[in-house]
Write a protein that binds this ligand. Structure first.
Ligand SMILES: C[S@@+](CC[C@H](N)C(=O)[O-])C[C@H]1O[C@@H](n2cnc3c(N)ncnc32)[C@H](O)[C@@H]1O
Length: 277
């Protein structure tokens, strides 16, 4: 809930301080008038600390200078919107083109590796895992890595427990019946899906050379928050984690960000795919 309208506005110097803090810590650019966003996202922290205003919060951040409060503020400013099988054209392309190819190429070691970068609460990584089980890769050594900047969403993803409203979004009923068990008022993914997926906290702006090699990287609906230089360096790092010929999929509103030297853009069905050169 936003702070009451009687609450004093965020002072301009504090507004700038918050914008810079979020940018420095996460790469997220919050340009233009984002007063409402700061107010709605930071109000719970202000209340939890027994403070009155966001200006008080900024004063405390400046005084304590500890990493914890600063991190909590940045995590609160991340947008974690996600759902199962988001952008179905991507899953169709994987199912009808990538997986048949990999089934042939990897028949000797039966090993596949996928990465959901910016995985939020895990629906994207678990959608991949369910798709692989559905397509007969149960006996293969399949690893799906899900990573996100926010440790809060990573913790939730690890549990693999979702509210009714979350399983109602994007998940076909047949898959819900097959891969979820009721847990009180919520739904938990079955052990065979959960054991295929591992989650970790990773800032996409850091070097990723220790990750991979992957057959497929999802990096969807996160690049929109970064500036051009950050996007380009992330594309280069992701390229370094992919097998040659491996696929990168971006969000619907995102483009290759000047990364043509590392990727060839192609269309599979109605999905845009960036193939690692
Ligand atoms: C809108 S969600 C996208 C979730 C999922 N990929 C999808 O498309 O449904 C964006 C995610 O990016 C994460 N994020 C923001 N900045 C990041 C960074 N520097 N490194 C890694 N993840 C980041 C946020 O925490 C958030 O969970």
């Amino acid at each position: 809930m936003p702070l009451q309208t009687t609450t004093p506005e965020i002072r301009p110097d504090n507004y700038k301080f918050l914008q810079e803090h979020v940018y420095n810590q996460s790469g997220i650019v919050l340009e233009g008038d984002k007063h409402y966003l700061f107010e709605s996202r930071l109000a719970p922290i202000v209340r939890q600390l027994g403070l009155e205003t966001i200006n008080d919060l900024c004063a405390l951040m400046a005084k304590t200078r500890g990493p914890d409060l600063g991190r909590q503020v940045v995590e609160a400013m991340t947008t974690n919107e996600t759902y199962f099988f988001r952008d179905p054209a991507h899953y169709d392309a994987i199912r009808h083109v990538l997986l048949p190819r990999l089934r042939g190429e990897r028949s000797s070691n039966k090993k596949l590796s996928f990465w959901s970068a910016a995985s939020s609460t895990g629906q994207e990584a678990y959608s991949l895992a369910m798709g692989l089980l559905e397509d007969g890769f149960k006996d293969w050594n399949v690893q799906v890595l899900g990573t996100d900047f926010s440790s809060q969403v990573v913790e939730r993803a690890r549990l693999g427990v979702y509210r009714q409203i979350e399983v109602n979004r994007g998940l076909p009923a047949a898959l819900m019946l097959k891969y979820f068990q009721r847990k009180g008022m919520e739904w938990q993914l079955t052990e065979d899906v959960r054991r295929m997926v591992r989650f970790d906290t990773i800032d996409l702006r850091k070097s990723m050379r220790t990750l991979g090699p992957f057959d497929l990287v999802f990096c969807r609906n996160v690049m929109i928050y970064f500036d051009a230089a950050t996007k380009k360096s992330i594309m280069k790092e992701i390229h370094g984690t992919l097998f040659r010929g491996g696929w990168l999929m971006l969000g619907g509103a995102e483009t290759a960000f000047g990364a043509e030297e590392w990727f060839e853009k192609t269309t599979v069905g109605t999905a845009t795919v960036y193939v690692a050169k």
